[in-house]
Design a protein around this ligand. Structure first.
Ligand code: ADP
Ligand code: MG
Length: 350
């Protein structure tokens, strides 16, 4: 069936199993619309994503010779056994319209950290250490699964593409199939979130995002969790010129490996490591350096390496923290024992 026929059909879906209506509309994405729906077989609510590309998406699909059905099948990635990717199912309704069925999520990662702008949540500011660690580990493991199990880069890592389950795990919900629709588009405040996690090398015209750029984007989310803002956020807000700055910075990086002075100059002293050093525990700095390196080759080798190192770092950090807590308790108890008289101690043991 031609793309035009699928798109011009105005009904939501015609399927014996899934029931939905306009009141159950959730959101509009690049490729289609998301609705809440009732699954008559499982007798529970689900989410469905129906192919309905925006005008821009359609135009770009034609330009790039993309087949819509192939794209939605890719986005569905049925029967993938993954722990940190939202499970999905590819379906076709009675009129031949393709759609994806997923569990319905009430919360997204954007709800966790957003962004009441004046009142952002981040570490120690509405988010505790253990939750932040849990978010970090599930984010990196989700992206690692996209790389290893789906065998591709995600390229669209941003808070509203991750669902949060009832245990506080962050799960990859949008597989980023629509990424290239946003690449190369003009800077605008509407897609700010997207720009803020985008790796520097992806601002260069003609560049193509890959696994290394995903590592930067994950680092940008971590950075947001620790500092309350994204790397280069102030620069992006102040001027569109920041994109040129980042490109320049990349050129410098290529010409001279140790172009630190230039980087400092270009970003008004706001090089990433300094900001990180002020805000994160020392033990974690190395992970940040290896995610947020301007030069992709200085980043972790892979998301597998990143997730292993991060897990080890967090485990060690927690061990140290517990050790200090126990030590403090012990010292308190010891002081108490040293100051108590023998008769009081005997009374206590009765
Ligand atoms: N499984 C789901 N449960 C609840 N809401 C969802 C679900 N999947 C997507 N959504 C909502 O729909 C929006 C758009 O879906 P998404 O898959 O991210 O599309 P796009 O690729 O166009 O960004 C999401 O940001 C989210 O608010
Ligand atoms: Mg999305």
């Amino acid at each position: 069936m031609a793309i035009e026929n699928i798109v011009s059909n105005k009904g939501i879906i015609d399927h014996p199993r899934y029931i939905t209506n306009e009141e159950m509309f959730v959101a509009r994405g690049n490729w289609g619309k998301v609705y809440r729906c009732y699954d008559r077989v499982m007798e529970d609510f689900r989410a469905i994503k129906i192919l309905d590309p925006s005008a821009i998406a359609l135009e770009q699909m034609k330009e790039r010779g993309l087949d819509a059905i192939k794209a939605i099948k890719k986005e569905a990635n049925e029967l993938v056994n993954a722990a940190y990717i939202v499970p999905r199912k590819f379906e076709i309704d009675n009129k031949g319209r393709p759609f994806i069925v997923m569990p319905f999520f009430e919360r997204f990662f954007s709800d966790i950290i957003e962004e009441n702008s004046s009142d952002r949540l981040y570490l120690w500011h509405g988010l505790d250490e253990d939750s932040v660690f849990k978010y970090m580990l599930s984010l990196i493991q989700g992206i690692n699964e996209v790389h290893l199990k789906l065998k591709r880069a995600h390229c669209d890592i941003k808070p509203d593409n991750f669902a949060v389950d009832e245990n506080g795990n962050v799960l990859v919900c949008d597989l980023g199939t629509s990424t290239y629709l946003s690449y190369g588009s003009e800077f605008s405040r509407e897609n700010m979130g997207f720009l803020l996690t985008r790796a520097p090398e992806c601002f260069i015209a003609g560049s193509h995002p890959d696994e290394k750029s995903d590592l930067w984007s994950i680092g940008a989310l971590f950075y947001r969790l620790f500092t309350g803002e994204y790397p280069f956020e102030a620069e992006f807000k102040n001027t569109t010129n920041s994109i040129d700055k980042i490109c320049l910075l990349l050129d410098n990086e290529r010409n001279s490996f140790y172009a630190v002075d230039n980087i400092v100059e270009l970003l008004n002293g706001k090089i990433i490591p300094h900001k990180v050093l002020e805000n994160i525990p020392l033990e974690m700095c190395d992970c940040f350096f290896k995610l947020l390196s301007i030069n992709p080759y200085d980043r972790f080798e892979s998301s597998t390496e990143a997730s292993l190192v991060l897990k080890k770092t967090i485990d060690q950090f927690i061990q140290q923290r517990n050790y200090h807590q126990i030590r403090e308790l012990f010292i308190k108890k010891y002081d108490y024992l040293m100051n108590i008289s023998l008769s009081e101690l005997l009374k206590e043991s009765d």
